[in-house]
Design a protein around this ligand. Sequence first.
Ligand SMILES: [Zn+2]
Length: 259
Amino acid sequence: MNRAILLFILYFAMNSTCVAHAEDEWKERKGNHFIIYYKNAPLDFIQSVEEMAGYYYQEITGNMGFTRYKNWTWDERAKIYIYDNTEDFQQIGEYAKWSEGVASSRERVIRSFPAAHGFFDSTLPHEMGHIIFREFVGFKAKIPIWFEEGVAMYQEKARRWGANDAVRQAIKDGRFMSLNDMTVMELSGRMNTETIQLFYAESASIVNYIIDELGQQRFINLCRKLQAGDPFEWVFTSVYVRFKDLDALNKAWVEYLQK
Ligand SMILES: [Zn+2]
């Protein structure tokens, strides 16, 4: 799951980094919600990108309940850059060396390449999930990394299934990290892979629990309330009143997994 780490790091790096590259060599394909830029990628691949991006757009706004979500149209359209291959993609910056895709929510831009591992199943929905979620909660919202990554992983169907089992195993082995531990953790490339993998599995599992078990309507209320920029735990407990703090949520989630 190294890729997930990198997606995370890149996601944050891209939001504050201005990437210089030659725009003039790009061909354009304009859809209703997306503009796809590409160079030599085969047209049938580009058509699939357009089709799948449109599908995920509906799927993601639907599964998170953002039904009155403003449309990405005209000037608001998202941009997807399809680089020819790894080398071409890596030219966007040093940090792209080990990654498969990057997203910038502010610019509403996704960059990847056809050979990216799991392009249609993982990279595309994950990055779109980041952008759609951030756009909905706004840039003032204070979101712990586990929540932000969990929402993006919620869009990767294959990951969603495996996450609960990985967390159950960690509870058994005594490796489990509580939500409070995760909230104060700072992810970095120096952390060991196992810890980061577990961080992502737990992030996916808790967000699955919040959306699927505690209900979509509450989740939408939470996202709305987060827009004001108040502390996450404070907002969370004001929406999910049965939990007095994150520890109580943690306890309910663990009990649910052990049922
Ligand atoms: Zn991510």
